[in-house]
Design a protein around this ligand. Structure first.
Ligand code: GDP
Length: 299
């Protein structure tokens, strides 16, 4: 089930509970929860998270003094509780690093090939550049043929200074040189794109560790394709172990992504989503906040 449909299904579940004057309060709550649970599971949200959400909502609603959905107060409580728990589901709990002006902020990207890493690097570079940060892009992907050209083209189009090499095959060296060059030139946000593989491989993780050791990132961001479903959780845990990323960018939220798997990755790694990619264009990029995401989801 795609995210837009998930929102509709949750709304329908809540609205039919609010207009139910036949069943008793507990039955109304349980029917609503059953529908919400089914919708979340069909969107690939992790089963443990779904049951935790259900139990939390149930506990709050059944502890309330008002036991009739006919009262305005109860209606409000039901809506608020569902909303709060959905926010809790997509809230990474920790605060992400925020680049500071007049400081040299190094941001390293990790993620599998095709997840939208290079595209997101440029999007983030444009985001900070527009906000007055002197921003540069480093292409440390020496694995994929054409990776440097892709980053270069994106960077030229977006007028972002870039660094890379056609001849150097050691990504650690390219990363180190690029960051050193931009640091010398007093850049404030230095974004390092790294290589991905189609699958998680030992060498990839080893490479992430080595690059991280030389560029010493202030922030590591994992890029996650929102359409990958249940695999998101395991994938993000593996990256967390090797690169200890502190933030997530979810891409392809414009497509027919179920999104639930990616949402589960947030909870599995207790890491916040900071931006979402909503298209291929450089401006198809939105700052993420749990509340506005859930508000939009529910329409
Ligand atoms: P990388 O291999 O991880 O660096 O991935 P790329 O940045 O090359 O992106 C892979 C494909 O996904 C490209 O065709 C991008 O245009 C596309 N892409 C990246 N982000 C988004 C997004 O948010 N929405 C959509 N629809 N496509 C995206």
């Amino acid at each position: 089930m795609v995210l837009a449909d998930l929102g509709k299904r949750i709304n329908n579940a809540v609205n039919s509970a609010l207009s139910n004057s036949q069943d008793d309060y507990t039955t109304t709550v349980d029917v609503m929860l059953k529908n919400i649970v089914t919708a979340l599971l069909e969107s690939d949200v992790n089963i443990k998270l779904v049951f935790a959400l259900r139990n939390n909502i149930r506990k709050t609603l059944l502890e309330s003094k008002s036991r009739s959905v006919n009262s305005a107060q109860t209606k409000k409580l039901i809506q608020k509780t569902v909303f709060d728990e959905l926010c809790h589901l997509v809230d990474g709990e920790t605060q992400p690093y925020v680049p500071k002006k007049r400081k040299q902020n190094v941001v390293m990207f990790v993620g599998l090939q095709g997840s939208g890493k290079t595209t997101s690097c440029t999007k983030l570079a444009v985001y900070y550049s527009k906000r007055g940060f002197k921003t540069g892009l480093v292409c440390a992907d020496t694995f994929r043929a054409g990776a440097f050209d892709q980053l270069k083209q994106n960077a030229i189009k977006a007028r972002i200074p870039f660094y890379g090499s056609y001849t150097e095959t050691n990504p650690v060296k390219v990363a180190q040189e690029g960051v050193a060059k931009f640091k010398k030139e007093k850049f404030e946000v230095i974004i390092v794109d790294t290589s991905g593989r189609h699958r998680q491989e030992e060498e990839l993780f080893q490479e992430m560790v080595e690059i991280s050791q030389v560029v010493k990132p202030n922030q590591t961001i994992m890029v996650l394709d929102a359409s990958i479903g249940q695999a998101a959780e395991q994938q993000s845990k593996a990256f967390k172990d090797s690169s200890d990323f502190g933030a997530i960018i979810l891409t392809k939220m414009d497509g027919h992504a179920k999104g639930g798997g990616a949402i589960s990755a947030v909870a599995a790694t207790k890491t916040p989503i900071i931006f979402i990619g909503t298209g291929e264009h450089v401006h198809d990029f939105e700052k993420f906040s749990p509340k506005s995401f859930v508000s939009k989801l529910l329409g």
